[in-house]
Design a binder for this molecule. Structure first.
Ligand code: AGP
Length: 607
């Protein structure tokens, strides 16, 4: 949730730190700050509120001399969002400044211990114990003090540290929170994610848990918790600067909606080879597939809904029972999971705390773990036995779109891949491969077929409640469509299995109540049609999502959204497009902060 940046080099540090923090704004935050070292003095500047206020306070960095510094955006977890609780935190002797992303779970006993020893605390945060431990353990060697400090900490932390005794050096530590190093010419960086670095360095190093880094303008040295130096290879970031900018669209979200044909193609194409599906990264898993008794998919939010959509293909093609569980539930349910279980974890950020915890819990029970992740080197990717990346590129908007559709696309590929490995491919193999291969084109068609959505948004944007209904895959997509509407337009939206309405919810259908009916599965069309008639007869206004030649639905619906015909087993990544666009334009009508909705963060790294 928080974001950290660090710089050391030959340029003035403060403007570079501010620029990096701006690139991290999308993560959600409530305060910000920088600490810059000039000669042997550390100056700390922080604000409650937006980075713009910090820029104003320090004149975009011009008022803060020094070539070495650290910065932070805070999303409050321990202690209210105040200037005192903002990072960086300074030690009592003024020697150390620290920024932190994560949660120190044992901070209370540490705080009490430090207070007993005479250390004074300026904030309510868990983080502040770190800077006082650094002061306590410092005997002239920052690296040793850092290792001793880290050994006292329990929980998750990506740390940035500077010491006034070591001008020109910055230190970084990673434990269960992302931390990336950027390599420059006569300058080096660290940040919580690539987006803060990409316009200054394309050569990055992903720190892993338990690793420490010491950066000067000439060098980056990485060592483990014993102080032994280790070599790490650099990764070249191929994302263009534009890829992390808006590319001409008004919002990142609209840009990322429009990127989906390309993102899904980038995710599918390298794996669709020689008329089949190939996953080199799963070679070690293939021999174990025959011993599987069930597949459990676990995730949070939209990633969970992607699992709900992909489970139909996995179950149907592989002939293995598939359960889809919320990670926040799974982690505390003592699940019946063992070595005959394949746990598929879905996460765009790869840093969602509940998903990471569910991974650890199920891995300890013997499950084979397969991560479907978008962020290279993220915690879920690092901890899982196997990782399949969704090559969606950076997703900046808090509300996921291409993250969701590329996750669904990977689940389709896995279904086909496992089916072939298990010799269950059966009839229609070529047709299914073609259906998946054509998804990027179908997604583009679903965008092009719905020019009426801005006008529909004007009609529906004032309704306080909207229902989404569907059956089977349509229901799974309705869940995601409702979440998109809720999280960016702030309208209350609820998704219901269409067959469930008569068991209570239909009591809520009033005159003019908008109901979005997903009608994209011919096999159950009659059933869904009867549900549409049910709500119509009670006064609802029905906005139906279906294909152009579905005369039956066209004759009863009040408004229409269209998709091209797609095999329902593989249609979720197409059906969601009109619903993403509808949510976007309704939110626009409501004047909402579409890319950074209130109360939300891009990555929920605490439980
Ligand atoms: C989706 O629009 C939301 N931002 C949220 O539900 C998100 O999908 C969820 O927090 C999971 O995030 P992850 O995919 O990074 O694990």
């Amino acid at each position: 949730m928080c974001g950290i940046v660090g710089y050391t080099g030959v340029q003035s540090a403060a403007p570079i730190l501010l620029d990096g923090l701006k690139k991290l704004e999308y993560r959600g935050y409530d305060s910000a700050g920088v600490a810059v070292m000039d000669q042997n003095v550390i100056a700390v500047h922080k604000v409650r509120g937006r980075i713009a206020a910090l820029c104003e306070k320090i004149q975009d960095g011009a008022a803060v001399p020094g070539f070495t510094g650290i910065g932070h955006t805070r999303w409050a977890t321990h202690g209210a969002p105040t200037e005192e609780n903002a990072h960086p935190h300074l030690s009592n002797d003024g020697r150390f400044a620290v920024v932190h992303n994560g949660i120190i779970e044992n901070y209370l006993p540490l705080r009490e211990e430090l207070i007993r020893e005479g250390y004074h605390f300026q904030s309510e945060t868990d983080t502040e114990v770190i800077v006082h431990l650094m002061e306590r353990y410092y005997k002239g060697n920052v690296r040793q003090a850092l290792i001793k400090t880290a050994n006292r900490l329990q929980g998750s932390y990506a740390l940035g540290v500077i010491c006034s005794e070591e001008p020109g050096r910055i230190y970084a530590v990673r434990e269960a929170s992302p931390l990336i190093l950027g390599m420059g010419v006569e300058e080096n960086f660290f940040a919580s994610d690539v987006t803060a670095l990409v316009n200054r360095s394309r050569n990055v190093i992903y720190l892993e848990d338990g690793e420490f880094a010491e950066l000067s303008k000439e060098s980056i040295r990485i060592f483990d918790c014993t102080g032994r130096q280790i070599d790490k290879k650099a990764t070249r970031i191929l994302w263009d600067v534009q890829a992390a900018e808006k590319g001409g669209y008004e919002h990142f979200m609209l840009k990322e909606i429009m990127e989906q044909p390309g993102a899904v193609k980038a995710t599918l194409a390298p794996r669709l080879k020689n008329g089949g599906v190939e996953f080199e990264e799963l070679a070690g898993l293939v021999p174990q597939l025959a011993s599987l008794r069930k597949i459990v998919i676990t995730a949070c939010g939209s990633a969970y809904y992607a699992g709900c959509a992909g489970r139909y293909a996995l179950e149907r093609l592989c002939g293995i029972p598939v359960e889809v569980e919320l990670a926040s539930e799974l982690r505390y349910s003592d699940p019946l999971i063992d070595e005959h279980t394949l746990l598929i974890l879905i996460s765009q950020s790869g840093e969602t705390a509940d998903t990471i915890a569910a991974l650890r819990e199920c891995k300890a029970k013997g499950a084979k773990t397969l991560a479907v992740v978008n962020v290279v080197g993220s915690s879920v990717a690092t901890l899982a036995d196997y990782t399949v990346y969704t090559w969606a590129g950076p997703e900046i908007a808090v509300a996921t779109t291409k993250g969701y559709t590329t996750q669904v696309a990977v689940l389709y590929l896995l279904a086909l891949f496992f089916a072939r490995c298990l010799n269950r491919a059966g009839d229609g193999w070529e047709r299914m491969i073609e259906a998946v291969q054509s998804l990027p084109r179908r997604i583009q068609q679903a965008i092009d077929m719905n020019a009426s959505i801005p006008a529909l948004a004007k009609k529906y944007h004032k309704n306080p409640d909207i229902f989404f209904i569907g059956r089977n895959t349509d229901y799974a997509v309705a869940l995601e469509g409702a979440l998109k509407m809720k999280e960016i337009s702030y309208l209350h939206a609820e998704a219901y299995a269409a067959g469930e309405l008569k068991h209570g919810t239909i009591a809520l259908i009033e005159e003019h109540q908008p109901v979005i009916a997903l009608c994209c599965n011919p096999a159950i069309m009659e059933k869904t049609l009867s549900n549409v008639v049910e709500v119509k007869s009670r006064g609802a206004e029905v906005l139906a999502l279906t294909y152009r030649d579905n005369q039956k639905i066209l004759s009863v619906a009040d408004d229409l959204l269209f998709i091209p015909r797609v095999d329902p087993l593989f249609s979720a990544a197409v059906e969601i497009l009109p619903l993403q666009l509808l949510a976007y334009y309704v939110a626009k009508e409501n004047g909402c902060d579409i890319d950074k909705p209130k109360n939300l963060a891009k990555s929920v790294t605490v439980e």
